[in-house]
Design a protein. Structure first.
Length: 144
């Protein structure tokens, strides 16, 4: 009787292990199938996002040439980060009257944390002029 109980427990353990393996394999197959169904949508979303980013970059650089842009394109300097343009108003006449930081946005996009920080810094007039002179020993012609 004791041998039959042990044998029954062994068979039960084998059956439980087999059921676990079958269930696990079924779960893996189901997960793989779900992933295969989602991949085209994920790819399409990635393509759309990439196009939106490229369109945004393109429109940023094109902005000074759009009819409603309020500054002369020749007075704009593209920076990109952390601000799109710095406009040197009056530079066409060789007399700078104002310096303007311009961030170009499209659609529903909003300022990033860094862009807001820059805007607030400029608004609070924490801007200054500084001249840096390169050390002469770096710019002198070396004699052999």
């Amino acid at each position: 009787m004791e041998i039959l109980t042990i044998l029954a427990l062994i068979i039960l353990a084998i059956l439980l292990f087999a059921a676990f393996k079958i269930g696990h394999r079924f779960g893996v197959i189901k997960s793989e199938k779900m992933l295969e169904e989602k991949i085209p949508k994920i790819r399409q979303e990635a393509i759309q996002h990439s196009r939106a980013v490229l369109a945004g970059h393109f429109s940023e650089q094109l902005a000074p040439y759009l009819p409603d842009f309020p500054y002369s394109p020749t007075e704009c300097r593209f920076i990109g980060k952390p601000v799109d343009f710095i406009v040197f108003q009056g530079s066409d006449k060789k007399q700078i009257e104002e310096i303007v930081f311009v961030e170009v946005k499209s659609g529903k996009s909003s300022l990033s944390r860094q862009e807001k920080s820059l805007r607030d810094t400029v608004s609070s007039k924490k801007v200054r002029w500084e001249e840096y002179r390169v050390p002469e020993d770096l710019t002198k012609e070396k004699k052999n």
